[in-house]
Design a protein. Structure first.
Length: 107
C-alpha cells in the first residue's frame, strides 16, 4: 500500500518521517511572521516560580515576627499592670502603718 497520508490522517505521526511543508505559491516569500524566542519568557517564568515558592515562607516569617512583637507588648502590659497593682498595695500598707504609728503615739 503506497498511498500518501493526508493532513487529517498522516502516514506516520513521527514529524521527522513526515514530508517537509512546502511554501505556498500564493503567499509571497518572507511574509510569514518570524518565530518569537521565548527564552526571556522562560527565564522570567522560572524567576517568578522561584519567587512564588518563597512567598509563603516570607509570609510565615512576617507573621511570626508580628506574633512575637504582639506577645512582647502583651508581656510588657502585664508587667506594667502588676507593677501598678503592687504600688497601690504598698501605698495602702504605708498608710496603714502611718495610722497605726499615729494611734500609738496618741495613746
Amino acid at each position: 500500500m503506497n498511498t500518501a497520508g493526508t493532513i487529517d490522517r498522516p502516514l506516520t505521526h513521527d514529524p521527522k518521517k513526515q514530508a517537509p511543508m512546502k511554501p505556498s505559491t500564493n503567499e509571497p516569500t518572507g511574509s510569514a511572521i518570524e518565530d518569537v524566542t521565548t527564552t526571556g519568557a522562560n527565564d522570567s517564568r522560572q524567576n517568578r516560580t522561584r519567587e512564588m515558592q518563597l512567598i509563603p515562607e516570607a509570609l510565615a516569617r512576617a507573621h511570626m515576627h508580628e506574633r512575637l512583637q504582639e506577645a512582647e507588648r502583651e508581656r510588657q502590659a502585664v508587667r506594667l499592670a502588676t507593677a501598678r497593682r503592687m504600688q497601690r498595695r504598698a501605698e495602702r500598707a504605708s498608710l496603714r502603718a502611718r495610722r497605726a504609728l499615729a494611734l500609738a503615739v496618741m495613746q
